[in-house]
Design a protein around this ligand. Sequence first.
Ligand code: 2AM
Ligand code: CA
Length: 266
Amino acid sequence: MFDSKLALSTPTLNTLYTACTRAARGLVRDFGEVEHLQVSRKGPGDFVSKADLKSEQTIIDVLQKATPTYSLLVEEAGAFEGREPEYRWIVDPLDGTTNFINAIPHFAISIGLEHKGVMIAGMVYDPVKDEMFYAEKGKGAFLNEKRLRISAKDSFDDAVIGVTFPRHDDKGEFDFYKTLQGVEASTAAVRRMGSAVLDLCYVAAGRYECYWSQALSPWDMAAGSLIVQEAGGVVTDLKGKDGFMETAHILAGSEKMHQTLLNLIK
Ligand code: 2AM
Ligand code: CA
């Protein structure tokens, strides 16, 4: 574990690497306890929220030491304004919490860096599989030492589509289950794996042709959206527009598949 090396070395990517690998060490240790059911009597939920907070604090410490003037937006701790607020780190210290609680080895750390509202760097680390996905704007996207490219498939019938189900209380403007039925009927498979940040990276890696979700938070999308774009993919909201970080709905995929899925959602 933690053998992954970076194909690109820049100050930002090195900071991201330190933050991700340090936080991962604690998460993997805690995951081992969940797997062996050695969690406290309060139950796995409480234990996991502690694992989550520890991971978050490790990441905040690394980022604040490297870039003390940048702003931060962190899932649990909230927002901190720095002296250079045009730079902002956006952090999800544990994505795939339900998987983690149930000892399902599919979760990740995600950190993005935004400059004046534009994502300029991102890293997503799946420590169980030792898969480090990362990108810097204009420099391509990578998985460990390998350059990533979006899927080249051109038949929607053969497509594998990733999705995040909406929560039970989501009464949003999209008819999720109708779309799901249409997508199920016209593709090879739909996958609901429980980590939105990894789903986006799987699009970048060509493992999925597309991914969509109608309710995410900025930290679920920040790093992954740049990784998809740098792998040659298209990312929009579910109406085909740019503002997914604000609308919280997102559709990522290769150019052709993205358009086909967009037509099914509309
Ligand atoms: P989490 O594990 O950090 O909570 C599947 O539920 C995926 O979607 C996870 O990545 C989860 O992040 C994320 N997610 C975030 N907000 C969600 C929402 N409103 N509905 C469903 N999933 C959400
Ligand atoms: Ca999340």
